[in-house]
Design a protein around this ligand. Structure first.
Ligand SMILES: [Ca+2]
Ligand SMILES: [Ca+2]
Ligand SMILES: [Ca+2]
Ligand SMILES: [Ca+2]
Length: 658
């Protein structure tokens, strides 16, 4: 016993040292000093200096695997996830959950969520205690202030269609309240968007719903074969009293991978876009100030085309003419060259993973998946690990059930794989859609569309002449000015495990609103891993946007921006009248000699794919160092004009009192 005592004391000392170091790290967070900047009526503006920018290396971005910044735990992907929707599901959101000015992130996991706190540019996993959701397979994860108290809550959607708000307890989610959100009989919500439809300050929302096993199955290539439980659900929030809201009883039912509440008609009312994968057409609605929607028809001639296989939509102004434009992501025609047999599935994309254990795991998952393609249960015997063997078995059975359209296979799935039994049985459930697509906007078979807005309200597809049409097999794709040159670029997450060789994510660099060039290589933004989701986040608060991409059969990747030449300016809102963080607010800036230069941002919560960004308006300004005028159109409809010089390289917090 005596010999053990020094060891015991040593351990205690180590523990104290560890706790102390954690404490030190906590204390060392640079406090962001807010200064009063300007008051105008009920508007108070405070400013925070951007942190000093540093160059890590002589490249526009420096790339890291998550663990280098403390993001060492992430989605636990297994070979069982090689079926839809799981093969594309790894979600990520940025937002500031503890109101310290540093943007945090939350990831969806197969068991609950992973919440990371940003401590001065590095992350630590936040210990949460949320028993209601800890075993749920989380699909969408979003920061949203659903009770409008000024603290970001977390919305999660789960396999099985049950969706929840985890309400911020202001103590780091150590003991939060959990609210259930209505969602009819949905199997799975793959997209969500928030906006205050009735302007009462409480954010309403729409669930973009879908279904499993969508691609192995010829039957789903018919629109009529979409199951009724995939219908979207809109919910009105009246002080947390949730009521389903039937915005269009005749809406086509599809695999809705992206939904977005945003104003694209420039009348300051929320419009709505439903992005549907596969045969179902995308639907565009114009909204009015009461939250009612009218579907845009082909005969209206406003929007002439969208994409056939929609994975992502975004609304922003790419050419700085102050008219909103729309970007929708489909599959590029290169997908034509998909190998006919899935047996050629690429194993190459694991090569980029630095962590050797993770790289091995990635390859092993692919190997199991490949065996399941053989459709021979006995082949699963090659795996030594009991779990690998069983996973292989379950996947093979699912593939046989669907390819042979034979329900009896579902009974062969082992009892401890309940979710997969359920998925299998769902596949043989009812489908009864009757729908005619004649009146809908046309769906372009291949490639992305960039719909350029105009004063007359007509959108033109300019994807070809602007060179933004080929995003390969794209997923989340949103606008942001990543090099602070005044023009919003587009980063397209890219990944599909069937391609060999794998494709990289694509960075469409915007050349003065005229055209784009794919410059992922020059910007060091390449990524050959399977990636469907990322978030734009200024990790170090230095005024340039960084990127964190969620891992899918591989780790998280972080891209730190090394931009040094150009100025930027950022704005966020604290609204006492409308919703607190100003979702749906628009902000226009005017600068240059006679205010001839201008840009607009709209604060959005939705669009893209399984990705949400902090409610912050970020503007790159190139060499311009003063903004002369700021106009705000609030979510509640009022307009505020501030004729006052705004110095750049600062963050402004705009507070509106009642
Ligand atoms: Ca809240
Ligand atoms: Ca425009
Ligand atoms: Ca740019
Ligand atoms: Ca940054």
């Amino acid at each position: 016993m005596k010999a053990l005592r020094p060891l015991f004391i040593g351990m205690i000392l180590l523990l104290i040292l560890f706790e102390f170091s954690v404490l030190l790290r906590d204390v060392s967070v640079p406090v962001l000093k807010r200064n009063h900047y300007y008051t105008q009526g009920n508007i108070v503006i405070e400013s925070i200096d951007h942190q000093t920018r540093n160059v890590i290396e002589n490249k526009p971005f420096s790339r890291y695997e998550g663990e280098a910044l403390g993001l060492d735990k992430y989605l636990n992907f297994s070979s069982l996830d090689f079926i839809e929707p799981f093969v594309m599901v790894s979600s990520i959101t940025s937002g500031d959950f503890n109101n310290d000015g540093w943007q945090d992130i939350v990831l969806g996991d197969r068991k609950g969520i992973l919440l990371y706190k940003n401590i001065g540019g590095r992350f630590t996993l936040q210990e949460t205690y949320i028993p209601e959701i800890k075993d749920l397979n989380v699909i969408v994860v979003a920061f949203v202030d659903i009770n409008n108290d000024g603290w970001q809550d977390i919305y999660i959607t789960t396999y099985g269609g049950e969706n929840y708000f985890v309400v911020n307890d202001k103590k780091g989610f150590r003991n939060p309240e959990v609210l259930k959100a209505p969602n009819k009989e949905a199997e799975v919500t793959l997209a969500a968007s928030f906006g205050d439809l009735n302007r009462d300050g409480y954010l309403d929302f729409i669930n973009g719903n879908g279904f499993s096993l969508s691609s192995y199955i010829p039957i789903y290539e018919q629109l009529e074969a979409v199951p009724p439980y995939a219908a979207n659900v809109m919910v009105m929030n009246k002080e947390l009293d949730f009521k389903e809201y039937n915005y269009n009883p005749n809406e086509v039912v599809g695999q809705s991978l992206s939904v977005l509440l945003a104003d694209f008609t420039n009348d300051h009312n929320l419009d709505l876009i439903i992005g549907n994968d596969l045969q179902a057409p995308d639907v565009f609605y114009t909204g009015n100030s009461t939250g009612a929607f009218r579907k845009i028809l082909k005969v209206d001639g406003l929007i002439l085309v969208s994409v056939h296989d929609n994975m992502s939509v975004d609304v922003a102004d790419f050419n700085n003419d102050l008219y909103m434009d729309i970007y929708a992501v489909g599959r590029s025609s290169l997908s034509n060259f998909l190998p006919r047999s899935f047996r050629d599935r690429g194993e190459q994309y694991c090569f980029e993973i630095k962590n050797s254990e993770e790289r091995q795991k990635c390859k092993n998952n692919l190997r199991i998946n490949k065996v399941t393609d053989e459709g021979d249960i006995e082949q699963c015997d090659v795996f030594e690990q009991h779990k690998d063997k069983n996973d292989c078995l379950v996947m093979t059975i699912l593939r046989l059930a669907t390819s042979r359209y034979d329900k009896s296979f579902c009974e062969k799935i082992p009892a401890d794989y309940k979710m997969y039994q359920r998925i299998c049985h769902k596949y043989f459930g009812p489908r009864n859609q009757t729908y005619s697509v004649e009146e809908d906007v046309e769906q372009k078979e291949w490639d992305n569309v960039l719909l350029q807005g105009s004063s007359g309200g007509v959108f033109q597809d300019v994807s070809q002449e602007t060179n933004s049409e080929d995003g390969r097999w794209g997923w989340n794709a949103k606008f942001a000015d990543l090099d602070n040159d005044e023009w919003q670029d587009i980063y397209v997450a890219n990944g599909e495990f069937r391609f060999n060789p794998a494709y990289s994510n694509i960075f469409f660099h915007n050349y003065e609103g005229q055209f784009f060039k794919a410059e992922q290589e020059n910007f060091n933004l390449e990524n050959y891993n399977m990636v469907t989701a990322y978030t734009y986040i200024d990790i170090d608060n230095d005024g340039d946007l960084d990127i964190i991409s969620a891992g899918l059969n591989g780790p998280i990747n972080v891209y730190i921006n090394n931009e040094m030449e150009n100025n930027s300016i950022t704005f966020e809102f604290r609204d006492q009248k409308g919703n607190h963080f100003g979702i749906e607010n628009k902000i226009y800036i005017y600068y240059g000699e006679s205010n001839e230069r201008h840009q607009v941002r709209q604060i959005k919560s939705g669009g893209g794919f399984l990705s949400f960004d902090s409610p912050i308006a970020h503007f790159g300004l190139g060499k311009y160092d003063i903004v002369n005028r700021v106009e705000i159109v609030w979510s509640t409809g009022e307009k505020t004009i501030i004729d006052k010089e705004f110095l750049v390289n600062k963050q402004y917090v705009i507070l509106r009192n009642e």
